[in-house]
Design a protein around this ligand. Structure first.
Ligand code: ATP
Ligand code: MG
Length: 386
């Protein structure tokens, strides 16, 4: 192990482990950051595991937040950074194939690593950069495989979400899933029904944005795990989603597999996400009913339009970039709605909206100039034709 690289990557966080040690406790970097460090990948969060109890952690570090104190997790704030510190624990009483409500604190690092899902996620590093790897995680990193810690059937029976997590790590890292682990997923697939849709979507989101998403989706469909998950159960066609956001990927999945919007709602996405996917649908409808590109660009965000235009081959990104709209919104028009009402001279009503729409369109399509004179001509023609 290259100690300079360790110092550089973990930097000031090493002082935190030392602070635990000075207070008489053990503390280690653990999980994702160790895996990503060994892979030489960037990592953002540093998780720490310790034999200090949560109350003891809070005494050592004054600034802290009780993020999940019932599970033994405290977030400590040091300078500008925050770290999740979790007391060594086991998870014994799995009920209904989900992570347990209660956990038991233990005194041994190995026991804590034993409860973790995959060998590559079950390694720890101490403040000197020494690796603790009881489950051959380093070997599996080298072989690029996702393999459960201990018996896969038991581990998936305990917490069924781990099956989906296998595919999400396979996608994130571009790894294969070890044979017995994959077999166990096929055997236990139905148990995913017990897991809440929120936890499922959280993993699926990460799966879709991983570099190996296409291969992982293929493996997922092949395992039939998706048959027991709403929306995913209707997927048979996939593409490589590497260049798309989560919402864009869901929109594409719905399109190519002909899945209804109602079905998509079963994923209980946020309102913002639902709204975003509806916007994609509306832009697509506008394109297919031959509404001019200029008008579509006026009504929607340019990135959203570019996505639909390129995905459905309506036009190229270059065609969109070429367009310079004379106005961005009604505020840019050289007349106010009050003036419109006084010129048309009619009680306010839905007609105002219609006139504004026509006025905007004519300006955008350069049928009239955005000058007071042209707009007045436009309005007076309407008034006189009534
Ligand atoms: P990422 O960087 O993508 O977040 P991560 O490894 O940090 O990857 P998390 O889901 O944040 O993944 O989980 C942190 C660690 O907690 C994992 O590395 C693993 O050791 C453990 N873990 C998380 N969920 C489970 C689970 N359902 N069963 C067993 N261990 C788990
Ligand atoms: Mg994490």
């Amino acid at each position: 192990m290259d100690i300079n690289n360790f110092n550089e990557k973990f930097n000031s966080a090493i002082n935190i482990l030392e602070k635990f040690n000075e207070a008489g406790y053990e503390a280690y970097f653990v999980g994702g950051c160790v895996r990503d460090y060994l892979l030489n990948d960037e990592f953002s969060d540093i998780d720490i595991t310790t034999n200090a109890l949560p109350e003891e952690v809070k005494q050592i570090f004054r600034k802290s937040i009780d993020t999940g104190i019932q599970h033994g997790t405290v977030t400590i704030l040091v300078d500008e950074d925050s770290f999740e510190v979790t007391t060594f624990r086991t998870e014994d009483d799995y009920i209904d194939h989900r992570t347990p409500e209660k956990v038991e604190f233990v005194s041994d690092l190995k026991e804590d690593l034993d409860r973790r899902d995959f060998t590559i996620n079950a390694m720890a590093l101490d403040s000197n950069g020494k690796l603790y790897d009881y489950h051959c995680g380093e070997r599996d990193l080298r072989n690029k495989v996702i393999k459960t810690v201990n018996n896969p059937n038991e581990r998936f029976f305990e917490d069924a979400l781990r099956m989906l997590r296998s595919f999400r790590f396979s996608s994130k890292l571009g790894f294969e899933i070890e044979e017995n682990t994959l077999k166990a997923i096929k055997n236990n697939a139905e148990l995913i029904k017990f897991v809440s849709i929120e936890r499922i979507v959280n993993e699926f989101r990460k799966l879709l944005t991983g570099r190996g998403n296409k291969r992982s989706l293929e493996l997922l469909l092949d395992s039939k795990l998706n048959n027991y998950i709403p929306f995913l159960d209707e997927i048979s066609k996939i593409i490589d989603f590497s260049n798309y956001t989560f919402c864009q990927s869901l929109y594409i999945l719905s399109k190519i597999n002909d899945i209804s919007f109602e079905k998509l709602k079963e994923l209980k996405l946020s309102n913002k996400e639902i709204k975003q996917i509806k916007i994609y649908e509306k832009i697509n409808e506008d394109f297919s009913s031959n509404i001019p590109l200029e008008i579509i660009l006026y009504n929607y965000d340019v990135n959203d339009v570019t996505f639909i235009a390129s995905y459905s081959n309506y036009c190229d990104k270059e065609d969109i970039e070429k367009i310079k709209l004379p106005i961005k919104s009604f505020n840019d028009i050289a007349i106010t709605s009050m003036e419109i009402i006084s010129i048309i001279d009619k009680p306010a009503g839905p007609w105002i909206k219609e006139i504004i729409k026509k006025l905007e369109e004519d300006i955008i399509l350069y049928k009239i100039d955005n000058t007071k004179k042209d707009i007045l001509d436009f309005l007076m023609k309407i008034r006189d034709n009534r």
